[in-house]
Design a protein around this ligand. Structure first.
Ligand code: HEC
Length: 231
């Protein structure tokens, strides 16, 4: 009996050991979800923090949806880990990813954002597709921050579109405030609310509501406002 018990223990130890060394992470393969910050921004790379999170904050974390309060479908999109833990993204495979299927669906039951909300445009959908195809990394880049000669159409519109467009557009914008064209954005630039909200100044509600812009983007918008907001 004792012999069998020893044998059993030995086998058990071997199994545990074997399994353990199998599941040890390979030090040469970095964890795909590990946060990485690069000094330079590559033209060919789509970055989660710079490119994807702004779109998710504005188009999916709208009130009553995938925001930290409601967390519809157990998905809170403002946080990388929560987003990945929802299992709606298959690294490297946009077509298999529910998130991508939903944002490209034309079925009213599946389509995201739901009918009636501001839809994503093709540039935003392409960014999400490429980011998933590149492994859905938790990456960010710094790059050079250009603050000279910025105008609305070439520089500012795209930042506002991604960070603010999902909540401040469509049929029923948050706070009754539209930020969809030059004149609407210039109006909040002039009355101080644009810089007040994105810099989270006292007396203003911090925007984009969940999360914040990068320092560079805040500097760019400030430079544009102080330069009389060229179109
Ligand atoms: C996730 C949704 C959401 C996003 C994204 C968002 N907002 Fe808002 N915004 C709101 C809500 C909700 C209110 C109304 C808050 C209230 O009145 O209680 C509001 C109100 C405002 C106001 C008026 C309030 C004030 O303090 O003057 C301004 C200005 C504003 N937003 C600017 C922006 C800008 C600029 C962006 C993009 C950087 C942005 N918002 C992104 C939800 C959002």
């Amino acid at each position: 009996m004792e012999y069998y018990f020893k044998l059993f223990t030995l086998v058990l130890v071997l199994i545990l050991f074997g399994c353990n060394s199998d599941s040890d992470p390979d030090p040469d393969t970095p964890d795909p979800g590990e946060y990485t910050l690069s000094e330079d921004c590559s033209q060919d790379t789509v970055y989660f923090v710079n490119d994807i999170r702004p779109i998710l904050i504005s188009y999916c974390a709208t009130s009553g949806c995938h925001d930290p309060v409601t967390s519809e479908g157990d998905m809170i999109v403002v946080n990388y880990n929560s987003l990945m833990n929802s299992n709606k993204i298959v690294r490297g495979n946009p077509m298999e990813s529910q998130l991508y299927q939903r944002i490209t669906s034309s079925s009213p039951d599946l389509q995201m954002p739901p009918p009636g909300e501001v839809p994503l445009n093709t540039r935003q959908i392409d960014l999400i597709e490429t980011w998933i195809a590149q492994g859905a990394r938790n990456n960010e880049c710094i790059g050079e921050c250009e603050t000279e000669n910025l105008n609305y159409n070439d520089h500012i519109a795209v930042i506002i579109k991604d960070y603010c467009g999902g909540c401040h557009g469509g049929n029923d914008p948050e706070g009754g405030l539209f930020l969809e064209n030059y004149f609407q954005v210039r109006a909040v630039g002039m009355d101080g609310r644009l810089l007040g909200t994105i810099r989270a100044q006292q007396g203003h509600i911090p925007m984009p509501f969940y999360g914040s812009m990068t320092d560079c983007e805040v500097d760019q918008i400030a430079a544009w406002v102080f330069n009389d907001m060229p179109e």
